[in-house]
Design a binder for this molecule. Structure first.
Ligand code: NAD
Ligand code: NAD
Lengths: 207, 207
């Protein structure tokens, strides 16, 4: 089984390769890739070993082929339909974010349960009623849901998402979700990121 | 040296202990804590071993003492002054977010370089001119900066932050920052979170 940190590194290699290709670089070795990413070349080779034989001994990897290989592994060679649940601060900040579309993630719709928001247009999307979520998910063939509701509403909203058959949730609410086997949840936790920084400052002061 | 994943687990133990204390639980064993977090009790004991001897053999840990110990390690026993650079979608979404203040992180000010935003009030904060950042950081004794500017402006903004003496940056821009030794950067990358989800769906389909 491939670890999340390997998947995260594949995302980073993918971006580095895109930059190299833009600069006209045709070949790259695992040493070179390791140097750019601040890793060991053994780590780079190990990451790729899960997925088959990419490079040729001595020549290294062709940047175009390697990027394409990684795109296929991460699913970046296709388009993904994404829906946001919760049209508040975070939900609305995510609408029209160009970086998502650049990687194939298209924010198709946004839902809320607040009557004063339903039907309103926010940037390029009209807020839809959460009660219509399952029909809408089917119509737009939603693959991934982003959860941007308050913590106390998160589990109930996740249960609704799971019922629609969607298998992947990006959760911004600071509440761990119970989901069945076969559903993936990635948890954003901005407060914990700040705690990693306060830990760093505190541990430096104690030295 | 303590790894980031250990620090992340400390944040999680801290929240679990807060819940246990709310429910009136006075003692907790490493087994119990491991069960709640879905870890091994060896991992729990190893995480704490970096920081000294917390529990007593047989009794386990007192929830209040353990939470206090973790608060001191993470720096959650004090208040932190935080500034946001960039008053756009993300920057404004973060203003007045209650979860930050609940953990001692106070968003004191927000900066921008767009004349049409400077001086405007957004929720509880007035947008300040980026040119005044160093004086303002000193006045408010800023400890941590949150970077919410476009990718192409991120490195230059980070250089300004480093010059003020602030040692910790939470970066939302999808661009890795060069900062001197002794400055910590935590990188938020929402697009990569979506890629971890597309990887999950793709790898399941290939099985
Ligand atoms: N604002 C931030 O800076 C920030 C940062 C990180 C994480 N978060 C987390 O992200 C989540 C959203 O935060 P926010 O600031 O956008 O909150 P918000 O209150 O601004 O928005 C939440 C939205 O969800 C809607 N909603 C509530 N229950 C719902 C339900 N059952 N179904 C559909 N919609 C529902 C509300 O009507 C509201 O529009 C919260 O859990 C918060 O803790 C927020
Ligand atoms: N919107 C999202 O959903 C989202 C999600 C994740 C990450 N991000 C990243 O977060 C960052 C901010 O995104 P956004 O959507 O809020 O962008 P935005 O364009 O809405 O806001 C950026 C703000 O930064 C200001 N700015 C530009 N250069 C500056 C400088 N040198 N000093 C001070 N202020 C400056 C602009 O005037 C603007 O107000 C971007 O790097 C983006 O890639 C955005």
């Amino acid at each position: 089984k491939v670890s999340l940190s390997t998947v995260r590194r594949l995302s980073k290699y993918y971006r580095t390769l895109a930059d190299l290709i833009k600069d006209g670089v045709e070949y790259v070795s695992s040493d070179e890739l390791a140097r750019i990413e601040g890793l060991t070349s053994a780590q780079v080779r190990k990451d790729f070993s899960f997925f088959g034989n990419f490079g040729k001994r001595g020549l290294g990897y062709t940047t175009l082929d390697l990027k394409q290989n990684i795109a296929e592994i991460l699913g970046l060679d296709r388009q993904w339909n994404v829906a946001i649940i919760g049209a508040g601060n975070i939900g609305t900040a995510l609408i029209d974010y160009k970086e998502f579309a650049a990687h194939g993630f298209h924010l198709k719709m946004i839902f809320d349960n607040d009557p004063s928001k339903i039907g309103k247009k926010i940037k390029s999307l009209y807020v839809k009623d959460i009660e219509t979520m399952s029909e809408e998910f089917e119509k737009e063939k939603i693959d991934i849901a982003i959860l941007a509701v308050p913590a106390e509403a998160a589990q109930q909203a996740a249960d609704r998402i799971v019922k629609t058959g969607v298998k992947a949730i990006l959760n911004f609410a600071p509440r761990s979700l119970n989901v069945p086997e076969g559903t993936a949840v990635r948890q954003e936790n901005t407060a914990m990121e700040l705690e990693a920084l306060s830990y760093f400052i505190t541990s430096k002061q104690k030295q």
